[in-house]
Write a protein that binds this ligand. Structure first.
Ligand code: DX5
Ligand code: ZN
Length: 218
């Protein structure tokens, strides 16, 4: 059965009113929270205390996307807050297998992200350690960037590997997802879609989420 989950990114929300910004996306499948440390990416957003506060008020599951150095040190702390899933970047982890196991044993889904130019092939043997793979479809750091079509072949290769593994591993894409691009990503094999600017720039974010989900289903 085809599947399409929409996880809006609050990076494009009004940071002064995060609780009410969560209400505006009540039709979403989860909320995507972008943590940036100004080292792994040239931007700074929020950290553990704000994620903890969001968790307390959110009715939606929280999907944390860590764009931070030293993921091995910090990612488990996010898992311990009780969020649904924690995504770390492969490029920021010295020991991704150990880290994925730590996240799971802290009760979170383990998810690993790859920048657009990072190949999936070195990680294929560890797919079984993961609940989700996130393929960035822009260089991480900012909302509102243009979708990189050059990632589509990697999405297809990841989809084939996940299907071959027989495991229920989600395949998420993040960056430049909009009415214009979501079907391309879905046809390549993605089944979880992060959308920041497309959702929060809409007059009715909750309706835009349904529009995007239907477009992904083709
Ligand atoms: C970018 C972040 C994304 C961002 C997506 O580095 O990881 O989650 O919010 O924003 P859009 O959908 O506007 O590209
Ligand atoms: Zn993100």
């Amino acid at each position: 059965m085809p599947n399409a989950r929409i996880n809006p990114s609050i990076l494009s929300a009004d940071f002064a009113n995060l609780a009410s910004e969560l209400e505006r996306i009540h039709t979403a499948d989860a909320v995507h929270v972008d943590v940036m440390d100004n080292h792994f990416v040239p931007n700074l957003t929020l950290g553990l205390p704000v994620v903890d506060a969001l968790r307390k008020v959110s009715k939606l599951p929280i999907d944390v996307h860590l764009m931070i150095e030293n993921a091995d040190r910090w990612a488990p702390e996010y898992a311990q807050l009780g969020v649904d899933s924690v995504t770390f970047h492969a490029e920021a982890s010295a020991a991704p297998i150990r880290l994925a196991r730590e996240l799971r044993s802290a009760g979170a889904k383990a998810s690993m992200a790859l920048r657009p130019a990072t190949p999936i092939e070195p990680y294929l043997d560890m797919l079984g350690e993961l609940d989700m793979v996130l393929l960035m479809t822009v260089e991480p750091g900012f909302g509102g960037q243009k979708f990189l079509d050059l990632v589509l072949p990697k999405i297809k290769r990841a989809r084939a590997a996940i299907d071959g593994s027989g495991k229920p591993i989600a395949l998420q894409v993040d960056g430049g997802i909009s009415r214009d691009t979501i079907l391309r990503a879905a046809e390549a094999g993605a089944d979880v879609f992060v959308a920041g600017s497309a959702v929060y720039s809409a007059e009715e974010p909750s309706v835009e989420i349904d529009v995007l989900r239907n477009l992904a289903l083709g």
